[in-house]
Design a protein around this ligand. Structure first.
Ligand code: SAM
Ligand code: SF4
Length: 481
């Protein structure tokens, strides 16, 4: 008889997802516990985590690392040697999912050679009903599946997976809570992600995130500020405030406290560099622009996803702004924030996008002359409204549009970078460059990658670098001693 797994999870359901905001968000401070049997379970054992997708996943993986290390596990870079392997997955586009299924295939062989190894899948794909069904049918070597709301339960779930012969699945579609006091082991000793809110309520019609990450809920300012103070005290130079939509921060509070208020308070902690992502163009207030302009430790860099330059497409996407209002916001940001750089996200080939509509997107890129743009071919995501729209645009046409778009984007990226030639810029020195030859690397306040010559004693410091060469994706320079 087939097992009924539906009691463990609910897949993305528009109907359910629309019923939001009625329950109070609970802030759970004591929810993370390591069961007695797992306290030292990792002594002498190793773990391997592979992270796919956005910064929210990167940050979640840091939490998993922290949890595993607090049970005694140590990280290994060799997947086939690890005692626990976790794939933290992304569901945003089909090709992200295909990569994960490829890796799951590799793990079958490893699991055959080392049956005691525990293989778990988590992240956004774990929130999808179809994915779970496929794992159950085709990949029974998966030991554990847990969702984006169940991460703090990892010690308990790992214990169950070790004890059980069956696949352990825990995926909650209910997403009302914020769990505090969960350990984290951060990848980078200088730059840290700080979650300020979880989930998304925007429901852009193409996007799976509101289903996989749940409703928008803000962490309390005091918890965020405490985390920033701690990071500063332990030597971190840069933090990035993270949310799918940071502009919506605080909208779920009873008292008035906005993202601008939070940025002001974070700036006052005196941490050297503050970044934030992502800003939806919809509710980017004048006050936010003013605060970014006012504080020196808030970096002059805004990621402002436009998605399309055409009003009809934007409407079908449910983006709630139009090309004119986007341009007005863009102009305000450029006018008020000295030497700001702006990047964006663009989708081509939304269902039935015409050549004229695509031309409007090119025109938008020409107008904004972005410093950088992440460009994607639209990928239908089951359960979203756009996936039900009929599409008569050939894939070849979409690919050709993407290529034209990338050519335009790259032209402006190079032009923007060339403006830095001969300038002296401030760079946080992160370490050695991938370019080799003892070159160093780091980012400017405007988020430009710089490879430069200089003394490695400056790693961890913010130094002045003279820019000597500009390429499409990076700058070259030499340190000003
Ligand atoms: N919250 C952010 C925002 O609104 O800009 C974006 C988060 S999403 C992880 C990053 C980008 O993926 C989006 O800005 C969009 O360009 C792209 N994206 C999302 N869903 C997509 C889909 N179904 N097909 C192609 N690209 C998609
Ligand atoms: Fe997805 Fe739109 Fe939410 Fe961004 S704002 S996460 S694109 S639904």
């Amino acid at each position: 008889m087939e097992k009924d797994y539906t009691k463990y999870f609910k897949g993305p359901s528009l109907k359910e997802a629309k019923h939001r905001g009625k329950e109070e968000v609970k802030i759970l401070k004591d929810e993370f516990v390591i069961p007695e049997a797992m306290k030292n379970a990792g002594e002498g054992k190793t773990y391997y985590i592979k992270t796919y997708g956005c910064q929210a996943n990167e940050r979640d993986s840091e939490t998993m690392r922290g949890i595993l290390e607090s049970m005694g596990y140590q990280e290994t870079k060799a997947m086939d040697q690890a005692d626990v392997v976790l794939l933290n997955t992304c569901a945003i586009r089909e090709n992200a999912e295909l990569k994960v299924f490829g890796k799951i295939g590799d793990l079958k062989r490893i699991k055959r050679d080392r049956p005691d190894m525990i293989f778990g899948m988590c992240g956004c794909m774990a929130q999808e009903e179809e994915v779970i069904a496929r794992l159950l049918q085709k990949h029974p070597h998966t030991d554990l599946i847990f969702g984006t709301h169940n991460i703090h339960r990892l010690p308990e779930l790992l214990h169950e997976a070790m004890m059980s012969k069956e696949m352990v699945i825990e995926v909650w579609s209910k997403e009302g809570d914020i769990v505090e006091n969960v350990p984290a082991s951060r990848e980078n000793p200088l730059k840290a992600w700080v979650n300020i809110m979880y989930g998304c309520d925007k429901f852009c019609t193409y996007c799976i995130v509101p289903y996989t990450r749940g409703k928008e809920r803000s962490r309390l300012p005091k918890d965020i500020l405490h985390e920033v103070e701690e990071l500063k005290a332990s030597g971190y130079k840069e933090i990035t405030l993270l949310g799918q939509n940071v502009n919506s921060y605080g909208k779920d509070f009873k008292e008035a406290y906005s993202f601008a208020d939070l940025m002001r308070d974070v700036a006052k902690t005196g941490i050297e560099r503050i970044r934030f992502t992502t800003s939806h163009p919809w509710d980017f207030t004048d006050e936010m622009v003013d605060v970014i302009a006012e504080y020196e430790n808030i970096m002059p860099f805004v990621h402002l996803p436009v998605q399309s330059g055409n009003d009809e497409v934007l409407k079908l996407m449910g983006r709630k702004y139009n090309a004119a209002s986007y341009k007005a916001l863009f102009d305000k940001i450029k006018a008020k924030i000295p030497h700001v750089s702006v990047s964006t996200d663009i989708i081509v080939g939304f269902p039935n996008e015409t050549e004229e509509q695509f031309q409007d997107t090119l025109k938008m890129v020409e107008y904004c002359q972005y410093d950088n743009a992440y460009t994607f071919i639209y990928s239908p995501r089951a359960g979203t409204p756009a996936a039900k729209m009929e599409d008569n645009v050939d894939l070849k046409v979409k690919e050709e549009r993407l290529q034209r778009l990338n050519e335009t984007v790259n032209r402006y990226s190079l032009a923007q970078n060339k403006k830095y030639l001969g300038q002296t810029v401030k760079v946080l020195v992160e370490g050695y460059s991938k370019k080799g030859n003892d070159m160093l690397m780091g980012y400017t306040d405007t988020q430009k990658l710089v490879n430069f010559s200089g003394d490695p004693k400056h790693i961890g410091e913010i130094v002045e670098v003279e820019i000597t060469d500009a390429k499409t994706w990076s700058l070259n320079g030499k340190i000003c001693e």
